[in-house]
Design a protein around this ligand. Structure first.
Ligand code: BGC
Length: 778
């Protein structure tokens, strides 16, 4: 299939016309035609009315524009484009400013290729480390995903190219992804899985949102009016186009009024005809079609306004940006005895003798498989970059074959060679990672282990040279059984096309590492929150861990982890002091002074967590509410200010179906990771009022707590107690507790309790009417 890459119509003024007017000029068939694709990557044009076709393409960390045979699984070739680090590495930067720059660069490339919408970012929560597509997602935490996702969207759209925020929603596994129902309770759905989407929509207004393949609590995302209209549009104010994930449409006629505007890719006219027929026979209101078409026209207008046939981009500058991002996303997990940074070559001589071991140093694994597969403009290897930094004295040994696992004669020859190289060097740098076949879009991982041949190599190399550094290349977290034995570990994730040089920059201290874990590294798969509920069965996956995703789970259970959320070392050290917390109507302003107390310039990611120990609802002990990434010269100290939004303090109250901030004494923790809290303070928070009408089913406790009914009920109980000759009978602690959950309506007729049904009814009615003090006692 060949796509049309240029707009089919270049009608002057199209972008400025009133979209509703354009819709009014269209026939029913033309309107329906605008609600599905013309091809894999283009929308349809209606030339008669001046509506052009636009191009949508993957995404998210590069432009995968296919000019030849098209597919949505990364099979066919695409034009060369910068392969920026995938989301797993970008998430670890904790730096919205950097992500905005990456977004801008993506926008420049998309515009230069005539692309109107780039399909990303993907901000689904990393629920389980087994999800095959975690490399395309930012974090296990919604604030990180939301803040970074919004930054990417802002950068991209600043170039006149639309984002497609995906995959909306609760698409947290690949297994059975096109059918399975994610069965999630309302609180985790809102507080964990939707919160990041909400932030991106509200803060950055993406032009499009891509609905996911899966069902949510039994309903396909592509035909869920609650998700696509009530939540996305009515609550969050989304005004763009909802596009289906490629092939996510189940029932087009149900999907359209639910809020699915654009079906992708092409349906060969089949579903357009279904819409026409449904309008004709009255099953579908034409007004609903008009709304979807208006949005599609507005999208084409935005894309047309942003298009620039002469646009180009600076390939070298983008490669450098990809290198900067790769280095910034790498996380220094461990660095015993200051083994890193390595000594580079200087004017007076070469650097340390380094044995570079591991096939990944020569054959990088830098992106994940599937629809996000980019054809890079160039590709750096860590080996070449290390050779450049070290001057001379670098020996390379592949150590293992990437796709082999078992020990055989060939494997042991590779190990022998690696051991000899390690023994002769000052330092061994061992590049390990996951083979591409272990993680991909479309299927999940089976375990979290590195291949056995690589693990065996670690031991052999360590024995030959204790000064061993392990560098990891993987899109999802791996178990690190050697973590206590290897003195230095650098998690490089999938670093994009410049990942090799970015890693060398960190190894040699050209870049002082500042990457932080946006997801917990567990000790074992069995410890992970979704272990017992992943990937579900018979088309349903129950999110049994509820709110306790990622660090929330480990903290609530006080469980050990390999490396906690937010962790990441630097070649310098930072001291925290002077915590102050200010409150106003918009939330908290947390201020702290951070000092670089070491001898190197560096960057610190300051994290703010809150907790409410005395909460009446279930909560994790600490939840990230804000963060800042700050650059500090050696010796420099600076006050860092982090805003905590009041809405981020809210929980989803299932009694009233809305966000509620619970009042109380909030614990505010500021730290360098979720388990390296440096300063703790408190803030008294005013809660939102939640007034539930009293009923006969209300407990005596609820009634006593009511400002109107409470005093009246207390007076009645006091009278009763006096009559019984025991004034304390109802106020005694045990009795009060026991009576607390007793439904008030059930008191009627109890021997010795002279209260009538009508009296209780009156009490409730007075409370619900908000009656004044005179009435209360009546
Ligand atoms: C993926 C999307 C992607 C689309 C187009 C789908 O299979 O889930 O992320 O944007 O294909 O390639």
């Amino acid at each position: 299939m060949t796509d049309t890459l240029e707009p089919t119509t270049d009608q002057a003024g199209f972008a400025r016309r009133d979209a509703a007017e354009i819709v009014a000029e269209l026939t029913l068939e033309e309107k329906a035609s605008l609600t599905s694709g013309a091809s894999f990557w283009t929308t349809k044009a209606v030339e008669r009315a001046g509506v052009p076709s636009i191009v949508l393409t993957d995404g998210p960390h590069g432009v995968r524009l296919q000019r030849g045979s098209a597919d949505h699984l990364g099979i066919g070739d695409s034009v060369p484009a910068t392969c920026f680090p995938p989301a797993v590495a970008l998430g670890s930067t904790f730096d919205p400013e950097l992500l905005e720059r990456v977004g801008r660069a993506l926008g420049e490339e998309a515009r230069a290729e005539g692309v109107g919408v780039l399909l990303g970012p993907g901000i689904n929560i990393k629920r389980s480390p087994l999800c095959g597509r975690n490399f395309e997602y930012l974090s296990e935490d919604p604030i990180v995903s939301g803040a970074l996702g919004a930054a990417l969207v802002r950068g991209l759209q600043s170039q006149g190219v639309g984002a497609s925020l995906k995959h909306f929603a609760a698409n947290n596994q690949e297994h059975d992804r096109m059918r399975a129902s994610s069965d999630v309770d309302p609180r985790p759905l809102r507080e964990i899985y939707l919160r990041g989407f909400q932030r991106v929509v509200e803060d950055a207004q993406p032009w499009t949102v891509m609905c996911s393949y899966n069902r949510i609590n039994g309903v396909y995302a592509s035909e869920d009016p609650w998700l696509l209209t009530s939540v996305l549009r009515d609550e969050w104010g989304f005004d763009g186009v909802v596009v289906s994930d490629w092939g996510a449409v189940n029932d087009r006629v149900a999907g359209l009024p639910a809020g699915l505007d654009l079906e992708m890719p092409a349906s060969d006219g089949r579903t357009d005809a279904q819409l026409v027929a449904a309008v004709r026979d009255g099953r579908l209101d034409e007004a609903a079609l008009d709304v979807a078409v208006r949005r599609a026209v507005e999208l084409a207008q935005r894309a047309t306004a942003g298009a620039d046939a002469d646009a180009t981009y600076d390939v070298d500058a983008h490669h450098l940006l990809a290198r900067e991002a790769a280095a910034r996303g790498a996380v220094l997990l461990r660095n015993e005895g200051g083994l890193l940074p390595l000594a580079p070559a200087t004017g007076s001589g070469n650097g340390q003798n380094v044995a570079v071991i591991g096939e990944f140093a020569r054959t990088p694994r830098y992106q994940g498989a599937g629809s996000s597969l980019i054809n890079p403009t160039r590709l750096d290897t860590a080996l070449a970059a290390i050779e450049e930094q070290a001057g001379a004295g670098v020996v390379f040994a592949p150590g293992f074959a990437i796709d082999a696992n078992d020990a055989d004669a060939e494997a042991s020859a590779l190990v022998d060679e690696a051991v000899a190289a390690a023994a002769a060097a000052d330092v061994a740098v061992l590049f390990l990672g996951l083979p591409a076949a272990h993680e991909s879009e479309g299927f999940d991982r089976e375990h979290l282990r590195l291949p056995g041949n690589q693990l065996a190599l670690v031991d052999a190399v360590l024995e030959a040279n204790p000064n061993t550094v392990v560098v990891l290349a993987n899109g999802g977290v791996v178990e690190l059984p050697f973590a206590d034995r290897v003195p230095a570990i650098l998690e490089g994730w999938l670093g994009g096309q410049a990942g090799g040089s970015g890693i060398a920059d960190v190894l040699y201290g050209v870049v002082n590492p500042s990457g932080r874990l946006a997801e917990t590294i567990p000790l074992r798969l069995e410890d992970t929150p979704a272990f017992l509920d992943f990937p579900g069965e018979f088309g349903h996956v129950r999110y049994g861990e509820g709110l306790f995703v990622g660090y929330r789970w480990y903290d609530a259970r006080d469980a050990a982890v390999r490396y906690p959320f937010g962790h990441g070392l630097s070649y310098t050290t930072f001291a925290y002091s002077g915590l102050s917390i200010e409150r106003d109507a918009s939330g908290l302003t947390v201020r702290v002074t951070v000092e670089n107390t070491g001898s190197r310039d560096g960057r610190e990611v300051v994290q703010v967590y809150t907790g409410l120990a005395a909460s009446t609802v279930q909560r994790a002990p600490r939840e990230l509410k804000g963060f800042a990434s700050v650059e500090l010269a050696a010796g420099e100290s600076r006050e860092v200010s982090i805003a905590v939004r009041r809405e981020d303090l809210a929980y989803w109250d299932t009694r009233v179906d809305r966000w509620v901030v619970e009042g109380g004494e909030l614990t505010v923790e500021v730290g360098a990771s979720s388990r390296d809290i440096r300063l703790t303070g408190t803030a008294a928070i005013d809660g939102d009022a939640v007034r539930l009408p009293l009923t006969m089913e209300s407990s005596i406790g609820d009634v006593m707590a009511d400002p109107i009914a409470g005093p009246a009920a207390a007076a009645a109980l006091a009278g009763l107690a006096a009559g019984m000759g025991d004034t304390d009978v109802f106020t005694d602690e045990g009795m009060a507790k026991m009576m607390g959950s007793f439904p008030i309506g059930r008191l009627v007729g109890f021997p010795g309790i002279p209260v009538s049904y009508e009296q209780i009814e009156q009490l409730i009615a007075a409370a619900n009417a908000g009656a004044g003090p005179a009435d209360r006692t009546a």
